[in-house]
Design a protein around this ligand. Structure first.
Ligand code: MG
Length: 449
């Protein structure tokens, strides 16, 4: 079997160390051979975006496949483009999402706009590992630049929500794009929805100087205080490639991804009953709210492609992850940051201020820990934890989830980083902390021995 290159979210690495133009060129040749036809390509705002894009594109064209360059776009915008343009056989997004600026990555998109399946990725890995023949000079692919894909994406979102009511509400929002891929589409979307918008970190700067591009409470201090100080209805923050989105209440309170997932689940289920799909790492808050709202919850392994595919299989009404990556079947089967913004605005207009809606949600305490762990030790750490938890009620959907009467703990290796993750949840904050401490200690114990 060929070497595994793709992680949970594409191939990622540090520029000119493990993510090089040589790798990108060979990846391009492999991708072109597998996808054929015409491949769309887009990037986020990283300094290395053009270097990797050019190398991947050169590889694609050298095997006789054409490239449509869409410029800088959120990941869901290129996915929407691939889905809705029949002449396009697949897509490549150059991004490392929320990773620090020294990283970049290559993510493949299937012809239907979904993230490439593991089988498709294995196909590409298989080609990558071999010498790939180039075509004759007169069969080389060409490249055309296309503008307007961002606006097509925005217009599609506007058409799929109650934009009339949102416009009438005359809302004000604060927006933070982490100087990433949504710097143009996110303000445009809010403008088309009639929302007065105050922006910060909406400049496409390759070194992300605003703040690190993972939308955590820590990194969003400026947005928190700005939202409160301006009396805005909501604060909105995207990650680097804007497939995800988190919110701030008008009081400047950070709303975790679990809470927005629960809230939008409730809103979606109030219109249409059905299945909500989410990974085992999501808070029980989501399950409780889904059941209360007359829906059914379906758990999967962690990773948005798995959630999306399960949603297609089951005809689910909604789905998403605890990190703010929500999937709306009426738009497309992938995490969609722009759609999340529009739906949340619709939800506020229909159901009342965000802070009031959050206050009504059941309270769970979730403690998340990330422990550095070499990739080759991950499997052994997992075995060590499973042994230490023998006799307990265990769910093996992904990693090891140990279920207690008053909560659960999930221990799983990260799919994107050399790290191990511990999630601990309980209705009692102290219990959640204590259990997280205990399992973090177990991981460290193994790594130190
Ligand atoms: Mg992302």
């Amino acid at each position: 079997m060929a070497q595994r290159l793709f992680g949970t979210n594409g191939v990622r690495g540090i520029i000119n160390e493990d993510m090089t133009s040589d790798l990108a060129l060979q990846m391009g040749k492999a991708i072109g051979t597998v996808m054929g036809g015409t491949v769309a390509i887009a990037t986020d705002t990283r300094l290395s975006a053009d270097m990797i894009k050019m190398a991947v594109s050169a590889g694609i064209m050298s095997v006789g496949v054409s490239v449509v360059d869409l410029g800088i776009l959120p990941t869901p915008a290129i996915q929407y483009y691939v889905k809705t343009h029949d002449n396009v056989t697949g897509g490549v997004m150059i991004t490392a999402s929320h990773n620090p600026p020294q990283f970049n990555g290559i993510k493949c998109i299937s012809a239907d706009g979904t993230e490439a399946s593991r089988v498709e990725e294995e196909n590409i890995e298989e080609r990558y590992s071999k010498e790939i023949p180039c075509v004759a000079w007169n069969q080389v692919g060409d490249m055309c630049r296309m503008s307007g894909a961002g606006e097509e994406y925005v217009d599609a979102i506007v058409s799929k929500v109650d934009s009339e009511s949102i416009r009438k509400a005359g809302l004000t929002a604060c927006l933070d794009c982490a100087n990433g891929a949504a710097y143009e589409t996110a303000p445009l979307l809010l403008k088309k929805l009639g929302v007065r918008t105050i922006t910060i970190n909406c400049n496409p700067q390759g070194e992300f100087p605003g703040h690190p591009s993972e939308p955590t409470e820590e990194n969003l201090r400026d947005l928190l205080s700005l939202t409160k100080a301006t009396g805005s209805a909501i604060g909105i923050a995207h990650d680097g490639d804007a497939d995800r989105c988190v919110f701030i209440t008008g009081d400047g309170e950070f709303v975790s991804g679990d809470k927005s997932l629960a809230l939008i689940s409730k809103y979606v289920l109030s219109k249409k009953k059905g299945l909500v799909v989410t990974p085992v790492s999501s808070s029980s808050l989501v399950e409780e709210v889904v059941k209360e709202s007359g829906g059914t919850i379906n758990y999967t392994a962690v990773g948005s492609p798995v959630v999306a595919r399960k949603m297609i299989e089951t005809g689910a009404v909604f789905g998403g992850e605890e990190n703010g990556g929500l999937i709306f079947p009426e738009q497309q089967y992938c995490r969609d940051g722009g759609m999340t913004v529009a739906k949340m605005l619709e939800c506020i207009v229909a159901e009342g201020p965000l802070k009031d809606q959050i206050a009504k949600l059941p309270v769970y305490y979730t403690v998340k820990r990330k422990i550095e762990c070499p990739n080759d030790a991950k499997k052994h750490v997992l075995e060590y934890i499973a042994e230490a938890s023998a006799g307990a009620k265990i769910d093996n959907t992904d990693g090891t989830k140990i279920i207690f009467d008053d909560g659960w703990i999930l221990a799983r290796p990260s799919g994107t980083e050399p790290a191990f993750r511990i999630y601990s949840e309980s209705k009692d904050e102290k219990v959640a902390e204590e259990r997280a401490d205990k399992y973090e200690k177990l991981v460290r114990e193994y790594l130190n021995q």
